[in-house]
Design a protein around this ligand. Structure first.
Ligand code: PLP
Length: 392
């Protein structure tokens, strides 16, 4: 270790913002009431839960009554999908994309083995959704379409307003996993007609273990967790008050810093990407360059192993992530990059850098310098990579 630490894995999780931590602290000491209690302890904290709900609603341009607090993005995705299917038991078709996060992908695949018909819509080489295929697959049996707003690996943004309209003309409901989009790009649910939307606190500088499910007013939905009457009967379980308050503060901050995300963070991402791809021996960007969330870049280094790159980056104090399913300890190549038709020689050598407003230009310089040195070092020891280097 050099002693220097650069965190560039913000799509995996983010640092809790100091303002968020400060907002939460009183709820670990004096303000410990249960918001459902009739006495003053309850009333005291209930007020803060409702203020947080208003802040989340403001970020999404939704009505506070449409916001349901959950434990994470995964729970929101599961509750949305299972909740709609349970409300429309006669419809047996689900549509999703081939590049969803496992929180949607694995559930839908499970449902596919348990009585549902599943269609997975393809993407092209740049990760763009095939809208013609979606139009063809929609039928009178389709209960739900679940398609993410922005991809966690490549950052590619799908045309959600257009998809929502297409799904509704076919009479189905539309859920979007906006875990990587919310707080990074503007979302206006007054004008974009999604029925259900998932988000997660720990991607926007709130703690891990808090999420949101937006359910548009009037949407038929059977609750996933049944029990008490919390969240207007849509999600039972005593509210996680400190984290809800933290999420409210994080949403408020995200609204204030959205411009910075689209300018300073995006400029840092673009410079990182440009310098690496122009100076590396063989590096290329994965994903539609015109349509990505501002903080994410996914770069493939042909013929070298993403895992090896990550280990050396980590030794240099840089936290990034690979396209591979490294979390499960397997070397399974990324289903997202494979769905895009990226050749294996590039899929295996992919690295994702995801920035946040806490990164600095100096850190970007450091990543560029270390990344280029690591590429050269790994090519020296890889027979294919060496050929590539000497062909230069
Ligand atoms: N959906 C997407 C697109 C994600 O990136 C993630 C987390 O990486 C999730 C869902 C799951 O969110 P959580 O970790 O809050 O369960």
């Amino acid at each position: 270790m050099t002693g220097r630490i650069v965190y560039a894995d913000n799509n995996a999780t983010t640092m809790v913002a100091p303002e968020v931590r400060d907002a939460m602290l009183p709820f670990f000491s004096d303000l410990y009431g249960n918001p459902s209690s009739m006495h003053l302890f309850g009333g005291q904290v209930k007020k803060y839960v409702e203020q947080a709900r208003e802040k989340v609603a403001a970020l999404l341009h939704a009505d506070p009554s449409e916001i349901v607090f959950t434990s994470c993005g995964t729970e929101s995705d599961n509750a949305a999908i299972r909740g709609v299917l349970a409300a429309y038991p006669d419809r047996r078709h689900i549509i999703t994309s081939r590049v969803e996060h496992p929180a949607v992908k694995n559930l839908v695949q499970y449902l596919g083995k348990n009585g549902y018909r599943v269609s997975e819509i393809s993407v092209d080489r740049l990760g763009r959704l095939d809208l013609d295929e979606l139009r063809e697959k929609l039928d009178a049996d389709t209960a739900l379409v679940s398609i993410m707003w922005a991809n966690n690996e490549t950052g590619v943004i799908f045309p959600i307003p257009q998809i929502a309209d297409m799904v509704h003309s076919a009479g189905a409901l539309f859920h979007t996993d906006a875990v990587q989009a919310a707080g990074k790009i503007p979302i206006d649910l007054k004008n974009v007609h999604v029925d259900l939307l998932s988000m997660s606190g720990h991607k926007i500088h709130a703690p891990k273990g808090i999420g949101v499910l937006y359910i548009r007013k009037g949407t038929h939905f059977v609750p996933y967790l049944m029990g008490g009457h919390q969240e207007r009967g849509r999600r039972a379980g005593t509210e996680n008050v400190p984290y809800i308050v933290g999420l409210g503060a994080a949403c408020e901050l995200a609204m204030q810093t959205m411009d910075e995300e689209q300018t300073r963070v995006q400029q840092m991402r673009d410079r990182l990407e440009r310098e690496i791809t122009s100076r590396a021996i063989d590096a290329s960007v994965n994903g539609d360059p015109e349509n990505r969330i501002p903080n994410t870049t996914n770069i493939s280094f042909k013929y070298i192993e993403g895992e090896s790159i990550l280990i050396l980056l980590s030794e240099a104090g840089i936290a990034a992530s690979s396209g591979s399913a490294c979390t499960s300890g397997s070397l399974e190549p990324s289903h997202v990059l494979r769905a895009m038709g990226i050749p294996f020689t590039r899929v295996h050598g992919s690295v994702r850098f995801s920035l946040s407003r806490y990164n600095t230009e100096e850190e970007i310089d450091y990543i560029i310098e270390r990344m280029l040195a690591i590429e050269r070092r790994l090519r020296e020891i890889s027979p294919f990579g060496r050929d590539e280097m000497h062909a230069q």
